[in-house]
Write a protein that binds this ligand. Structure first.
Ligand code: HBI
Ligand code: FE
Length: 292
C-alpha cells in the first residue's frame, strides 16, 4: 500500500490488530459522507464496474444509507463465501494482513475520510475498504483468489519476496481491469472506490492497458500517489485464480530476482496491447497539476 505502515500495536487493539468497529460512535456527518460517496459511485459504475462487483453491491445491500454495520454485513457475506470483514485502525503490518486474508477475514479501516477530502486520500478508509474491496468477496472465484493471495503473502514474507507479490495485489485487487464481451470493466477496489479514476481507467487515452501476465506484473513498478499509468487486463476471474493457484512462486521469485524491474509506462515486446497510452496525464504532472 505504500503509505507508512504502523508497526506498534495500537492501544486497545487485539494481537491480530482487530478493534471493535465502534458502529454506534459514527456521527451523522460521517454517515452522510458514506452516503455521498456511495451515491456518486452508484451513478457511474453501471457499465463500468464488472458484473461480479455490481452483484456483490446488491447482495450485501450496501444501499448507501450510511456506514454499514459490520455485524449485519458479515451475516450476508459469511453466508455467501465464508468471508468476514474485521475492523482495524488502518494499515496493518504485512504479516498481519496476509494472516487475515489467509483465513477469509478482510481487514477494513473503521474510520471514514473527511468531507473535505472526498476525492483523494492516501490511506485506505472504510469506504475504500468496504465499498471498494468487499463486494468482490461475494464472488466465489474471487473469494478463493483473495485467500490464495493471503497464503501466498505469508510464503512471500518467508522468502523475502514481498515486493513482487505486492505488485500482483496492486495490479489486480487494487487496479485490475477485466475483459468482457461488452468491453473492459473494472474490478480493482482502488478504481471502483474513486469517482475520478473510475472514469480515467476506462476512458482516458493516457494510460497503457495491457494483457495480464503474472511474471510481467510482478516485475512492474507502480505508483501510489496518482492515477495508474498502466492497467492490466485479465480475461476472467477464473484465470486469475488458476494462475495464482497453479504457480510455484518460489522459483518464479528467484527467476525475476535476476531480472530488472519494468518501468511503469513501458510496453514490452511480449505484451498484449489493448491501449498504447499517450501518457499525457502523467507527463503533464497528473493530479498535482489539475489535469484529468
Ligand atoms: N493493511 N489494513 C490494511 N489494508 C491493506 O490493504 C494492506 C494492509 N497492510 C499491507 C498491505 N495492504 C500491502 O502492503 C500488502 O498487500 C502487500
Ligand atoms: Fe485496498
Amino acid at each position: 500500500m505504500g503509505v507508512v505502515e504502523r508497526t506498534v500495536l495500537p492501544k486497545g487493539a487485539n494481537p491480530d490488530w482487530t478493534i471493535p468497529q465502534g458502529f454506534a460512535r459514527y456521527s451523522e456527518a460521517e454517515h452522510r459522507t458514506w452516503t455521498t460517496l456511495y451515491e456518486r459511485q452508484a451513478e457511474i459504475l453501471p457499465g463500468r464496474a464488472c458484473d461480479a462487483f455490481l452483484h456483490g453491491l446488491e447482495a450485501l445491500d450496501l444501499h448507501g444509507q450510511g456506514i454499514p454495520d459490520f455485524a449485519q454485513l458479515n451475516e450476508k457475506l459469511f453466508e455467501l463465501t465464508g468471508w468476514r470483514v474485521v475492523a482495524v485502525p488502518g494499515l496493518v503490518p504485512d504479516a498481519v494482513f496476509f494472516e487475515h486474508l489467509a483465513n477469509r477475514r478482510f481487514p477494513a479501516g473503521n474510520f471514514i475520510r473527511g468531507a473535505d477530502e472526498l476525492d483523494y486520500l492516501q490511506e485506505p478508509d472504510i469506504f475504500h475498504d468496504v465499498f471498494g474491496h468487499v463486494p468482490m468477496l461475494t464472488d466465489p472465484v474471487f473469494a478463493d483468489y483473495m485467500q490464495a493471495y493471503g497464503k501466498g503473502g505469508l510464503r512471500a514474507l518467508s522468502l523475502g519476496s514481498l515486493a513482487n507479490l505486492a505488485r500482483l495485489y496492486w495490479y489486480t485487487v487494487e487496479f485490475g481491469l477485466l475483459e468482457t464481451s461488452e468491453g473492459l470493466r473494472i474490478y480493482g477496489a482502488g478504481i471502483v472506490s474513486s469517482r475520478t479514476e473510475t472514469i480515467f481507467a476506462l476512458a482516458s487515452e493516457s494510460p497503457n492497458r495491457l494483457g495480464f501476465d503474472l511474471e510481467r506484473v510482478m516485475r512492474t513498478l507502480y505508483r501510489i500517489d496518482d492515477f495508474q499509468q498502466v492497467y492490466f487486463v485479465i480475461p476472467s476471474l477464473q484465470h486469475l485464480l488458476d494462475v495464482t493457484i497453479g504457480t510455484d512462486f518460489g522459483p518464479l521469485y528467484t527467476k525475476i530476482s535476476y531480472m530488472p524491474d519494468i518501468p511503469i509506462a513501458a510496453i514490452e515486446p511480449g505484451d498484449k496491447v489493448f491501449t498504447r497510452g499517450t501518457q499525457d496525464y502523467a507527463r503533464s504532472g497528473g493530479r498535482l497539476h489539475g489535469a484529468a
